[in-house]
Design a protein around this ligand. Structure first.
Ligand code: FE
Ligand code: FE
Ligand code: ZN
Length: 293
């Protein structure tokens, strides 16, 4: 099983991320190269990257399974706001250069918000933007994330994702990241995840799935809200999430937790323990306080 969580990328960059992942008992991780809410980014430090790679090798983290996530605020869907569309494209090009320098294979991107635009037009804008970003020389793959359908989000079902993928020129360089909270909130019943995968396989192809975000949801199926909950503390439930994580069809796909911190503490060590034991922990908050006090 390839399991990890969202981790920080602070002053120690990839080395700090890898150390945090190891402290959670993870064998992979996902990071933002800076704050998720802004696009201020520092140059990549070669020395720290080299140290991070040695550290990962020593601690059983295969860099091929490590994921980067692009910031939320870029928007590839609305070309009418030309400055912001162009900025999003150039930011993603630079971000891909930064992660290429570190040897990271995947970057998860939220497809974008249509705003007042016709949805079909928005989907085509996303594909056009990606066609501007990737070249035959691009090494990392862009992973379009399945979205909850909050506001005017695009990519909220497999038909929209396929519409984007069909309009990509370099199809080998674009894949999909499934997010269980987003799927639930978009109206997918995670207790029937096998049926979803079957449909996805027929329609898009399971080989496109390169990452799974494992989150419970604070809201009911179809709520279009996107608020993550800790494993077993939401409406999806622990057993359904375990079935996703241990699904044999997704065996080689990295699973990433983006569940909320409890107070000041990251829950990931205890949630990864729950996953490894396949046993729900009803005392998560208390045990977390004990762990970090
Ligand atoms: Fe995301
Ligand atoms: Fe996600
Ligand atoms: Zn989310």
């Amino acid at each position: 099983m390839i399991i990890g969580s969202h981790v920080n990328f602070g002053s120690k960059q990839l080395l700090g991320s890898a150390e945090m992942a190891v402290s959670f008992g993870a064998n992979t991780f996902m990071f933002y190269t800076g704050a998720p809410q802004n696009t201020v980014r520092k140059d990549i430090d070669e020395t720290l990257t080299k140290k991070a790679k040695e550290y990962m090798e020593h601690h059983g983290i295969d860099i091929n399974n490590v994921i980067c996530h692009a910031p939320y605020i870029i928007n590839l869907a609305n070309k009418e706001k030309e400055d912001s569309w162009n900025f999003s494209i150039s930011f993603l090009k630079n971000e891909i250069n930064r992660i290429t320098q570190m040897g990271i294979n995947y970057i998860v991107v939220h497809p974008g918000n249509a705003l007042k635009l016709d949805r079909m037009e928005a989907l085509h804008n996303i594909a056009e933007a990606i066609n501007n970003i990737i070249t035959p020389e691009t090494k990392p793959m862009i992973l379009l994330e399945t979205m909850a359908g909050k506001g005017s989000e695009c990519g909220i079902n497999m038909y929209e994702l396929k519409e984007i993928l069909d309009n990509i020129d370099l199809k080998d360089k674009v894949g999909i990241c499934l997010d269980t909270c987003h799927l639930n909130d978009s109206g997918i019943d995670i207790s029937k995840f096998d049926e979803y995968l079957k449909e996805f396989d027929n329609y898009i192809g399971l080989e496109k799935v390169k990452c799974v975000h494992v989150n419970d949801s604070k809201n009911v199926m179809g709520s279009h809200k996107d608020r993550h909950a800790n494993l077993g503390y939401g409406t999806i439930g622990f057993d359904n999430l375990i079935n996703v994580i241990y699904n044999p069809k997704l065996k080689d796909v990295p699973k990433i937790l983006e569940t909320p911190w409890i107070g000041e503490y990251p829950p990931y060590k205890l949630e990864i323990d729950m996953i490894k034991n396949k046993k729900f922990n009803p005392n998560l908050e208390q045990e977390l306080m004990d762990l970090y006090k």
